[in-house]
Design a protein. Sequence first.
Length: 423
Amino acid sequence: MDKFVIEGPTPLQGSIPISGSKNAALPLMAAALLGDSPTTITNIPKLRDIYTFNNVIRVTGCKVDFDEEDGILTIDPKHLSHLEAPYELVRKMRASFYMLGALLGKFGKAKVSLPGGCAWGPRPVDLHLDGMREMGADITLDQGYVIAEAPEQMEGGTFTLEPSSVGATVNLVLASVLRAKEFTIKNAAREPDVVLLCKKLVEMGANIEGIGTQTLTIRGVDTLEGIAIRNASDRIETGTFMIAAAMHPQSNVTLTNVDVDDLGGFPETFSKTGADMTINKDTIHIKAPETINPVSVKTEVYPGFPTDLQAQWSTMMTQANGKSSVTDTIYYDRFSYVPEVVRLGGDMDVEENTVHIEGKNQLKGASVMSTDLRASVSLVLAAMVAEGHSDVLRIYHLDRGYEDLEEKLTNVGANIKRVAQEK
Ligand code: EPU
């Protein structure tokens, strides 16, 4: 297990290229299975979750070629014949569950392992399954697997997602585009990842109405063709580095390869910290403020404040002048990073689904433990601002979602090294 050894504090100065988005790429990869010809996706990051999903797809018989140097993924579904996603792979990554929608949609049959829990409690898939049942599929559970079957054409119907769910929207869209007569999803997710998926499916030949709104109506078509797709840049990585630049005094950072239209309301909230921000076509320039204003936030579905930036924001708030609070309304107990930031000297207190923060405290280096992807990156941000030496343990979580993190941070002046750790 690797760890990061970090010496702080250092200002960050220079340019950071934003990688392709993992969460946008995964639905597009599943959609490639629906085509009758190969799909090519560019701007794909070299991340563990991408490799895992490549392997999930390969199990079905599809040919998957990943040109890592250029970030180009080609998926050829011609020999897809094994309609199963096994537990050994699905347990490594929840989004493998997208195979259910893709296989059911294309072949009317699928056997996909139920994903397990995750670092911050149960993350159910009831909406995915109930939506497919509403569509006309027969769904049963057998020894930890979902067995799904559907007739040549399902009637469809209307299903309301309560709460709105990115994953369920993706799975229901994948299941219906080829196989449902007419299916309406209400309270559908409007996250950029879902919008991109729907737009690209339409380019492949699908009929989807209401893209970008909370009501999607899908009318099944006979066939879809593979296409060339540019994957979106990672909006959460973008937000993470915006926060990194703002919370490290005297930083001056330019982010490149940004999809600025995917950031929703985040830049407006961010500007309240007092950081100087200039947004251009595909770059964002951030200059750290002399003092950070405390800004309280509450996570919401897009375009609201993303839960995937909650931990990073709270960590930044330990460096703000005054009190703030951060409430997560999407995941109620996504606060495992808090005791670790407290070990570094942060003044934070969790009460139900809110963390109260009082700043500014000079953080001091310590050993801290990563628990999940976004928690881990928050600890890196905190350790970079802390005085002295920190060890951030169990960074394999980071390798799931941040491409070349230490290289990108080292290039802008951070003192961060990856060290292989004895078991
Ligand atoms: N929910 C249900 N039933 C379901 C599905 C979801 O009750 O069947 C609830 C969840 O418990 C949660 C809410 O709905 O309270 C929203 O969850 P959602 O389904 O939208 O999450 P997801 O699709 O499993 C994706 C991202 C997450 C991100 C969330 C929220 C991917 C691969 N994952 O998860 O990303 O936090 O949307 O925006 O796209 C991350 O990147 O670190 C990450 C966890």
